[in-house]
Design a protein around this ligand. Structure first.
Ligand code: 13P
Length: 264
């Protein structure tokens, strides 16, 4: 069943980019674009996920934008509260600084930094306890897709968090489907393939929670201004998690507009 009543999210994941001066300019440019052509929060929510040391400066800069833009952390500690955990930032500390949104389970965290299901469950548990909204990323590798395992892998990643999320916390979960082979490669899943996987994810969510039809499922992987309209037209694609193209204010604005217009 389609989740078409869901307000989409378009979130820019800046990853380990850019230098400070460029970040400030990028936000200035985005704010300027939004002044010229508004993306109403009733049509599409927008978020920006900068590097951790820029979270507060970006948030300050975004706070006076003409439309509400969420500042999103790219990751969070698996430990809660405060304590002797060198290098870590807990969900409670993020919330204490006014950061309410966080990406968890990005494939780069899973593959390069060893974020396994247990670590991800801890992160999700504490982030939800701190009342954060989580963008939980799932997705299969090329090898897994080619061997016909894509759906099974992705649904397992959804099941991995089912026991951690309490019934009343599902409204704080957003899913991002990011096929690993489409990230940073210029290869986007075709709208049909993406929609097929999103429908499967929706089916899986509906088996776990009565909130299933209200959960936004974002697509990520080489989303650009050029393919955003087609992706936005798919019934179960409720937004985008954008890497490379979010580092260009014009492209990112166009992507947000594509989803906002589709939702009007
Ligand atoms: P690209 O848009 O650069 O492919 O990155 C996608 C991504 O990983 C967003 O989290």
């Amino acid at each position: 069943m389609s989740g078409s009543t869901i307000i989409p999210w378009v979130v820019g994941n800046w990853k380990m980019n850019p230098m400070q001066a460029n970040a400030q300019q990028l936000i200035q440019d985005l704010k300027q674009h939004l002044l010229q052509e508004v993306v109403s929060e009733h049509d599409c929510h927008i978020g920006i996920a900068p590097i951790s040391i820029a979270l507060l400066s970006v948030k300050t800069q975004l706070d006076d934008a003409s439309v509400k833009i969420a500042t999103v952390a790219q990751d969070v500690s698996r430990m809660a509260g405060t304590g002797a955990y060198t290098g870590e930032v807990s969900a409670d500390l993020l919330v204490d600084s006014g950061i309410q949104f966080v990406l968890i389970g990005h494939s780069e965290r899973r593959e390069i930094f060893g974020d396994n299901p247990q670590i991800l469950s801890d992160k999700i548990h504490y982030a939800l306890n701190a009342n954060m909204t989580i963008i939980y990323c799932v997705g299969e590798s090329l090898e897994q897709r080619e061997s016909g395992q894509a759906e099974q892998i992705v649904l397992q990643q959804i099941c991995d968090i089912a026991s951690v999320v309490k019934a009343e916390q599902w409204h704080n979960i957003i899913i991002a489907y990011e096929p690993i082979w489409a990230i940073g490669t210029g290869k986007t899943a075709s709208p049909d393939d993406a929609q097929t996987m999103h429908a499967k994810i929706r089916e899986g969510l509906n088996q776990i929670t009565p909130e299933g039809n209200r959960i936004a499922i974002l697509y990520g992987g080489s989303v650009k201004a050029e393919n955003a309209v087609e992706l936005a037209a798919c019934a179960d694609i409720n937004g985008a998690l954008v890497g490379g193209a979010s580092l260009n204010a014009t492209s990112f604005h166009q992507i947000a507009l594509a989803f906002a217009k589709q939702n009007k």
